[in-house]
Design a protein around this ligand. Structure first.
Ligand code: GDP
Length: 517
């Protein structure tokens, strides 16, 4: 149904294009080295010629008051949402997972659009909170994880200890893919456990060098004690190959990229309500996993980020927007590079393209050539911050209600209407989302709001028999709310309270994740 006069790709051509896609994200705790590693990766892929950070320091460490200014200059943050480059014959799509102050639900949602995650761990700190949390999101879909233990050029924890920690805290088998040669100031390269190759400066070290002596002792232990890489367990998300390196010193970065080329993973099949959609199916399907709005009130355009789930997309095509049944014309699909974007004439399953639109596309929407298909990939995640919205001008109550619904539909925040009739509560996972909500309400709807704290810190979707939920809601009226779809949510003020509620209501389910759709 393509309007574009593009040459049809043969089935084998399609399959081989798709097989060379690598779509991944980097997950880490702030300061573990994600930005540095991203920059080194892009440089290895030829995407950046100049040294320097992908994002300027100032932007990354931005403060609340900078937000509007940055947003006006939308270019930067949109461009860094996904970065496409070629390396080793593969097309890589690196999806940015906002961290630091811009940590948000988008961070989680992005992980539903990747085939693999690179988990960066600070060698001195081990597994940290945010890493664990992001890992859990990956585990929901059994996304294969590649581990990069960074900052080996500094004082680090013992390697065996780090591998143990990953295995025990994440319940994930670890298989060292490389082993570090030398430590801290004497870190000189890596040893490839499979090919037995030495990389980096260490190539020139004599066998008598203390680092080489230590290496052979450690290898003996490592080979005896740790499992070998197993592709099947990796694909299933049960085993992680581990790389040691220093993003800053550029040690181990190509080890990592070469492994992604060699092991994949390739674009995975995506679950839909009716069936699993394989990447190499001929018909194009795509899933919207992120929306970025233009903050300029005069330009209400939105950039929807679509993961192509199957087939080949060609510019000019019309796809069915399954939620509305309407046609959506792909006039200007876009690819993103480190500092640039380009019209995408064609894109394949695994690729991520930006689709400019005026608000038609929402998170979780499916586009398909003809099939009535709905992907189930983008869930709602329980917010970690809950605030009550305070309206300064009571005359604008109706407008606020409508605006909150629209912005919640777009995925800016989650909206909860308390069953006791008090003003709405919004939920987010990162505080910057609150600033975005506030400035967009003001800028696009002319509604000034403030936030008030709530006693709640935890929100859980409640499932079970209707009568039981109603009985529970009656008793807990002041802690109950309805989400955007009218589904009941229980709000708790502490972990203790949450645990007690779960214990006392064994016939109900309390969930921190809800599928969209
Ligand atoms: P992010 O918050 O995860 O994006 O981390 P950054 O890439 O901004 O790194 C945080 C800090 O650690 C910066 O000061 C980096 O220069 C430093 N850093 C990153 N990688 C390395 C590394 O391999 N070795 C050392 N010594 N420092 C590093």
């Amino acid at each position: 149904m393509s309007e574009a006069a593009s040459a049809p790709v043969s089935a084998t051509g399609l399959a081989s294009e798709i097989r060379r896609r690598r779509t991944f994200a980097i997950i880490s705790h702030p300061d573990a080295g994600k930005t540095t590693l991203t920059e080194r990766i892009l440089r290895a892929g030829g995407a950046i010629q100049l040294a320097g950070n992908v994002r300027a320091k100032g932007e990354r460490r931005r403060t609340k008051s900078d937000w509007m200014g940055i947003e006006r200059d939308r270019g930067i943050s949109v461009v860094t949402s996904v970065m496409t480059f070629e390396y080793g014959g593969c097309v890589f799509n690196l999806l940015d997972t906002p961290g630091h102050e811009d940590f948000s639900e988008d961070t989680y949602r992005t992980l539903t659009a990747v085939d693999c995650a690179v988990m960066v761990i600070d060698a001195a700190k081990g597994i940290e909170d945010r890493t664990r949390k992001l890992f859990e999101i990956c585990r929901l879909r059994d996304i294969p994880i590649v581990t990069f233990i960074n900052k080996m050029d500094r004082e680090a924890q013992d390697c065996f200890g780090l591998l143990d920690e990953i295995a025990s805290t994440l319940a994930l088998d670890t298989s060292p893919a490389t082993w570090p040669i030398g430590r801290a100031g004497h870190f000189a390269g890596t040893y490839d456990m499979r090919t037995r190759e030495i990389r980096g400066e260490a190539v020139d070290l004599p066998q008598s060098d203390a680092r080489m002596v230590a290496l052979s002792e450690e290898l003996e232990l490592a080979e005896a004690a740790l499992p070998l890489f197993d592709r099947e367990s990796f694909d299933a998300g049960h085993l992680t190959p581990v790389f040691f390196g220093s993003a800053m010193k550029e040690i181990g970065v190509t080890d990592l990229l070469d492994a992604l080329v060699a092991y994949g993973p390739e674009p995975r099949a995506q679950p839909s309500e009716t069936r699993e959609v394989k990447a190499d199916e001929e018909q194009v399907t795509a899933l919207i996993f992120k929306i970025q709005a233009n903050m300029d009130p005069n330009h209400r355009d939105r950039m929807a980020f679509a993961r192509i789930c199957s087939g080949k997309l060609t510019r000019g095509m019309r796809l069915k927007h399954v939620r509305t049944g309407k046609q959506f014309a792909l006039h200007t699909p876009q690819f993103f590079f480190a500092r640039d974007r380009q019209l995408a004439e064609e894109a394949f399953a695994g690729d991520v393209v930006g689709l400019p639109n005026h608000g038609t596309l929402r998170i979780g929407d499916t586009l398909s050539e003809s099939e009535e298909l709905r992907f189930t990939g983008v869930p709602h995640f329980a917010p970690e911050i809950l605030r009550r919205v305070r309206l300064d001008d009571a005359m604008k109550a109706k407008k606020l209600r409508q605006a909150l619904v629209e912005l919640a539909e777009e995925g800016v925040v989650q909206l909860f209407r308390p069953q006791d009739g008090l003003p709405p509560i919004v939920g987010v996972v990162g505080t910057l989302q609150l600033d975005v909500l506030q400035s967009r309400l003001q800028g696009e709807y002319g509604v000034a709001i403030g936030f008030e704290s709530t006693p709640y810190t935890i929100a859980r979707w409640v499932t079970g028999e209707r009568a039981k939920i109603e009985a529970f809601s009656m008793v807990n009226r002041s802690a109950m709310a309805d989400d955007l779809d009218g589904d009941p949510v229980f709000l708790a003020s502490s972990n203790f309270m949450m645990r007690r509620t779960v214990e006392m209501n064994a016939d109900l389910g309390f969930h921190d994740i809800k599928q969209i759709g």
